[in-house]
Design a protein around this ligand. Structure first.
Ligand code: C2E
Ligand code: MG
Ligand code: MG
Length: 934
């Protein structure tokens, strides 16, 4: 009898446990399909188990069968729901989305319901119930319906196992792998155990009750367990793992005690003892149940609370039922007691929930602290709490006073930092701005925003940091407390500085470039200052030719040397810039009088003169007084300055220093116009604007004209006759000298041809060739080709080279000269004595004629014959086997001297001015007897 009762109680206990976990899972997230199916699974087991409990203790076979049929609703549907659940958690949801598959899934369950639940003709006697020591049990008949059920439950369980197995194999996530293995294992063990108890053992020992619902607790609780796991559960500490055994035992004990009470009440048993009676036992049972309830609430958390409520509610219902059944107040204490228990456990639960919430908050705080501590210690930025000018030393905040990155960035240990103020380690140049920032922050004038500053490391090196301060209010009373966050931006600054440097400097010389100059001028233009300001531009000419000849390295070395010399003039009022490749600008601030600028330029010119001279570089210094210029904008200002310096560079006068004046603008316009005309001539239009004049060269010994110098003339549309020195320079600057020179050469050769035609076969023509021309590739070849093409005698052609040729590579010039000389042409050194020439240098070039510059001839008018060195030049030239031509001879006196000192030829107004072609031809007819030596 007791064993029957016990078996029944076990089934009831299963019901309560399953109901508890089912409800708990469902209410934790009722929308999740897996949770819904889990609830369905729980209900199936509850029906199964409660049916079994009632069937076991039924008073007769007929009643037992009714409960068996009720129980069958549970076990018939259980396996279908289980498979459905497995398909859901393994993600095979698409399978049963089709209606037919749904039908297939639940068809066997439906058939079982037909066979074992609803009484009908198919299976009229589904149960063979026998009374045993363990109550009514069913002895299997193994008819076709039984076999169908076996096939259904084994088949479905195997499909479920297979699905789980494949899920496990395919899973890459370790959590899924573990989950699937555990569920798989629980199902296998339940299958094995169920088969052993309900099939094997029950067929051997007919008395043994079928324990399947109890065994189903294994997979059910395992699944429940797995559904609840693997969450980031902050309440883990309070929601410790629940003990299923203690839960089960508690439920069992509770049910036993309930049964005991009913038993005592129902049977009206009288216990004949002085010590204890039935009422006392019932009271004791109620007290123990109260204890169990409280224990469950306290120990097993929410699950325990649901269990407690369920058990006490059932108890309450039973007590009310008894009261109604017996129509007596016998169970009234039980009802009150149950209500009391429900109230107590609910209060307890609420209290516990409050504590749990509190603990949860604390735990959250702990996690947050851990999180912030990690961030603090691993942050790639330096963080420190400051107390005024010191780093904080407060023990309470020791852990968060300075983080590791802060010490790393500043290169000092925590202790070192705590012993210096932030002012001590701040770069002196940044201190003032830092203090201002700090002050503003303290007075809440600014919100916290980052600022870039420099710190000094112990080794003296500098680091750049982006720093941001914010008040640290939590230190309440100390208003000076703030948090300092720094990040190392040294590398970024280095790159930025490099970029800035590249943007603002000329990389070769390291001087500020045009960008900075313009910026400075613009900034200063806004400031209305009484101070006088000026710009001094030093313009280098010929640099292109040097590049062309010797390559960039050579000219770069020269530029560096010039820069070094100019740097010596720099101070806070004389700032040096290099706005373009071959020019330097001094920005002069606060000068006194104009003379000061003059003196300055003289000094600059003086310092550079010999160096530039030695390298064949021309210079011009343009000065623009900003205070007097009335120039509207910086761009125009610089343009005018550059033009002034260029004009200065071209200046044929001795001085190459010019102050800007509005008249110079006209010169610039003129230059542009002339440039335009040269372009037109070169491109073949308006060629008649270019023509030649020919100046006779008189040979003293033979007393006749032996040569003509071809001199180019430009008859400008706008300006009339333009001097050759002017337009030749413009052509050189515009890179048009080569084609223009070729046109001039051609005209000169035509004149030579004319001479030939007129029978003057012995008369030569000399042509002026600029340095760029002679250095141009194939110059000699092209010239010789032309000479040959016109059938002219090369010996009647002279090439006049100015002495700037000395500045260039003599070997290279000589190779061209030699080519020409080999062909019979004569080479003349023009303007000897003005620039770079010296006899030692002249010797290095293979020349035939030396043309003594007009300046030496002019001196003959003012100096006594014994004081003039012109005679020495003539005799020296003769020693070098050069024929001497005196240029610019205008007076008889000069002629006499030259003749007396053995000069070979003279050229000048004394003989004739340059003449037009026809006039020149006529000129040859002139009688020269007046010049004959007497
Ligand atoms: P240069 O080759 O030394 O030519 C002599 C210059 O002196 C000529 O000036 C000539 O007119 C001038 N002259 C000659 N005798 C006297 C005199 O007794 N008194 C004065 N005051 N001047 C005299 P021009 O024609 O103005 O030429 C100036 C310079 O222009 C030339 O100096 C030459 O270097 C250059 N030049 C002229 N034509 C050409 C050319 O076709 N090609 C190149 N590259 N340069 C040329
Ligand atoms: Mg000449
Ligand atoms: Mg000359």
């Amino acid at each position: 009898m007791l064993s029957t009762f016990m078996v029944s109680l076990i089934f009831f206990a299963v019901c309560i446990i399953v109901q508890t976990v089912g409800i708990f899972t469902f209410q934790s997230n009722h929308k999740a399909p897996a949770n819904r199916l889990f609830l369905a699974l729980s209900i199936a087991i509850i029906i199964w188990s409660s049916g079994m409990a009632l069937s076991t203790i039924a008073s007769d076979a007929a009643r037992s069968e009714i409960f068996r049929r009720f129980s069958a609703i549970g076990w018939s549907t259980f396996y279908a729901i289980l498979l459905h659940f497995i398909l859901t958690i393994t993600g095979k949801t698409s399978l049963y989305k089709k209606r037919c598959l749904y039908l297939c899934l639940y068809l066997p369950a439906f058939l079982c319901l037909l066979a074992f639940v609803i009484p009908n003709g198919f299976n009229p006697y589904p149960y063979n119930l026998q009374q045993t020591n363990y109550g009514w049990i069913n002895v299997a008949q193994h008819n076709v319906w039984d076999w169908m059920f076996y096939a259904y439950y084994i088949g479905f369980t195997l499909i479920g196992l297979l699905t789980l197995y494949r899920w496990n194999r395919k899973a890459t996530d370790s959590i899924i792998k573990k989950k699937s293995s555990i569920i798989l294992l629980s199902l296998v063990s339940a299958l094995l155990l169920g088969t052993i108890t309900d099939v094997v053992l029950s067929s051997q020992f007919h008395e043994l009750p079928q324990m399947a619902p109890v065994i189903m607790l294994i997979p059910l609780l395992t699944i429940y367990h797995e559904l609840q796991r693997n969450r980031f559960n902050i309440t883990e500490v309070i929601d410790h793992r629940m003990s299923y055994i203690s839960l089960f035992i508690s439920i069992l004990a509770y049910i036993v005690l309930s049964a005991l009470q009913i038993f005592l009440l129902d049977k009206n048993i009288v216990i004949d003892s002085k010590f204890i009676n039935a009422t006392a036992i019932r009271g004791l049972a109620v007290q123990i149940q109260l204890l169990i309830s409280i224990y469950l609430v306290l120990k097993e958390n929410k699950l325990g609370y649901i269990t407690s409520v369920s058990m006490n509610s059932i108890n309450l219902i039973i007590a009310v039922a008894i009261m109604i059944k017996y129509n007596s107040g016998i169970s009234l204490p039980g009802i009150i007691s149950n209500v009391g228990v429900l109230v107590v456990i609910t209060l307890l639960k609420n209290y516990k929930d409050k504590i749990a919430t509190y603990i949860k908050k604390i735990n959250t705080q702990v996690v947050k602290e851990k999180f912030y501590s990690r961030i603090f210690n691993q942050a790639p930025v330096g963080i420190a709490i400051m107390n005024g000018k010191y780093h904080m030393k407060n023990e309470e905040f020791e852990d968060i006073s300075i983080n590791p990155m802060y010490t790393k960035i500043l290169g000092r240990t925590k202790e070192e930092l705590q012993n210096v103020t932030w002012r001590d380690i701040t770069h002196p140049d940044d201190l003032d701005a830092d203090l201002a920032y700090y002050k503003q922050l303290k007075t809440d004038e600014i919100a916290q925003h980052p600022r870039e500053k420099r710190y000094i490391k112990p080794d003296g090196s500098i680091i750049w940091a982006s720093m941001s301060l914010s008040q640290f209010a939590s230190l309440g009373e100390n208003v000076d407390s703030h948090i300092c966050i720094i990040s190392d931006i040294t590398e970024r600054k280095r790159i930025e500085n490099n970029l800035k440097y590249n943007n603002e400097h000329d990389l070769l010389t390291g001087l500020y470039n045009r960008v900075v100059l313009e910026k400075t001028l613009n900034e200063d233009a806004i400031i209305s200052s009484p101070n006088k300001r000026a710009l001094v531009c030093l313009n280098l000419s010929n640099m292109h030719t040097l590049n062309f000849r010797y390559g960039f390295r050579y000219s770069q070395t020269i530029l560096k040397r010039i820069t070094d010399s100019l740097r010596a003039f720099c101070n806070e009022n004389y700032i040096l810039f290099t706005p373009s490749e071959y020019s330097f600008i001094f920005y002069v601030k606060d000068y006194g009088v104009k003379k000061e600028l003059d003196n300055f330029c003289e000094k600059v010119s003086e310092i550079l003169r010999s160096y530039l001279y030695a390298h064949g570089i021309g210079t011009g210094i343009g000065i623009l007084r900003i205070d007097q210029s009335n120039v509207p904008d910086t761009d125009t200002l610089l343009k005018k300055l550059m033009n002034t310096s260029e004009i200065a560079a071209k200046n044929s006068n001795s001085t190459n220093i010019i102050f800007y004046s509005p008249e110079l603008d006209a010169q610039i316009v003129r230059e542009n116009d002339i440039g335009q005309e040269i372009t037109e001539i070169v491109s073949g239009t308006k060629t008649d604007r270019l023509y030649l004049q020919f100046q006779p060269i008189f040979d003293i010994a033979s007393n006749r004209v032996t040569e003509f110098e071809a001199l180019a003339r430009l008859n400008s549309e706008k300006y009339g006759l333009v001097p050759p020195l002017e337009f030749i320079l413009i052509a050189e600057k515009m890179n048009l000298i080569v084609p223009l020179g070729e046109k001039i050469t051609l005209l000169a050769l035509h004149f030579l041809d004319k001479l030939k035609e007129n029978g003057h076969n012995t008369i030569s023509v000399t042509i002026n060739i600029s340095m760029i021309q002679i250095l141009d590739n194939d110059f000699a070849d092209r010239l010789l080709q032309m000479v040959k093409g016109m059938h002219l005698n090369p010996e009647r052609i002279g090439i006049e080279l100015t002495e700037s040729i000395f500045a260039t590579n003599r070997a290279e010039i000589n190779s061209v000269i030699n080519l020409l000389r080999a062909a019979g042409l004569k080479i003349l050194m023009d303007d000897f004595g003005t620039g770079y020439s010296s006899f030692s240098r002249a010797r290095e070039l293979n020349i035939d004629y030396l043309k003594v510059d007009k300046s030496f001839i002019d001196k003959l008018l003012v100096l006594k014959p014994e004081e003039a060195i012109t005679g020495d030049i003539i005799s020296m030239a003769h020693k070098l086997n050069d024929i001497v031509i005196a240029e610019g001879v205008e007076y008889e006196k000069q002629f006499s001297y030259l003749r007396d000192h053995g000069c070979d030829k003279i050229q000048g107004y004394l003989i004739s001015k340059p003449l037009d072609q026809d006039v020149a031809l006529d000129f040859l007819e002139k009688d020269w007897s007046v010049f004959e030596v007497h």
